[in-house]
Design a protein. Structure first.
Length: 248
């Protein structure tokens, strides 16, 4: 992936990010409930959401766990942070993950949901976070795997294999940084109106799709239209790897 593509993607998508990515309240709660479980979040924890964007998942987590300390919401794009609800009790930090991880400070729990694949130097990131976490602290990575089961066009499915992070490699890198790693997963079954999903693709709801030109995307959408011509609704599995990295 290229940095320019990712930057343009999130700056462009900021205004409609939550509408395009939330799918439904049930979907967000399903993922965030497991996040709370894996992080073993407690009210006294100092919690950081790295790559948290608009704070969509932080907001849902706070409905489940009344954290006493303001959440640190980190994202490299001011446009995304600006869309976080003003009443959300967060400290907004406009910074990329690697730079933030090198800043002074200590915390108990760190979430990176679907953002770790954007970090080029992951060994450095994990090493920094291991040093910043308090003893017993947890870094949780939640991400989709390289092979996805989405109703996308073939070129997008193929490019995903090199766009998203390999969970086996992530586990090795985390262990090399000193973490103890536990692996789990969650599968969510989407049933979505075909035209609604096509609109999401047209708006490049995944950063992966921003790597295609307008012409390539149009060809891909035509391929999808032909493949799913006999359907009004699309059903597919969304698979998320949960890598819980604990510091002893």
């Amino acid at each position: 992936m290229t940095t320019d593509v990712v930057h343009e993607h999130y700056r462009r998508l900021a205004q409609s990010y939550d509408d395009l990515l939330s799918y439904s309240g049930d979907f967000v709660r399903c993922l965030s409930k497991k996040i709370v479980e894996k992080l073993r979040l407690r009210p006294d924890d100092v919690f950081v959401d790295v790559g948290g964007g608009t704070g969509m998942y932080t907001a849902d987590i706070l409905e489940q766990v009344p954290l006493r300390h303001p959440v640190t919401l980190v994202d490299p794009f001011a446009e995304m942070l600006a869309k976080a609800p003003p009443e959300l009790p967060v400290r907004r930090v406009c910074m990329d993950a690697l730079t933030f991880s090198a800043q002074p400070g200590h915390y108990d729990k760190v979430l990176m949901k679907e953002s770790v694949h954007h970090v080029q130097d992951r060994p450095a990131l994990f090493g920094n976070l291991h040093r910043r976490l308090n003893p017993g602290g947890i870094l949780l990575l939640v991400h989709i795997p390289p092979v996805i089961d989405y109703p996308l066009f073939e070129a997008a499915l193929e490019r995903s294999k090199t766009w998203h992070a390999d969970p086996d490699q992530l586990a090795r890198q985390l262990e090399a940084a000193g973490f103890t790693v536990e692996r789990d997963a969650l599968d969510y079954r989407h049933v979505i109106d075909k035209e609604a999903y096509f609109r999401m693709v047209r708006h490049r709801y995944m950063s992966l799709l921003s790597s295609f030109s307008d012409e390539e995307l149009a060809v891909g959408l035509q391929e999808m239209a032909e493949r799913y011509a006999d359907r009004d609704m699309l059903e597919f599995n969304d698979h998320f790897d949960y890598l819980t990295a604990s510091k002893r």
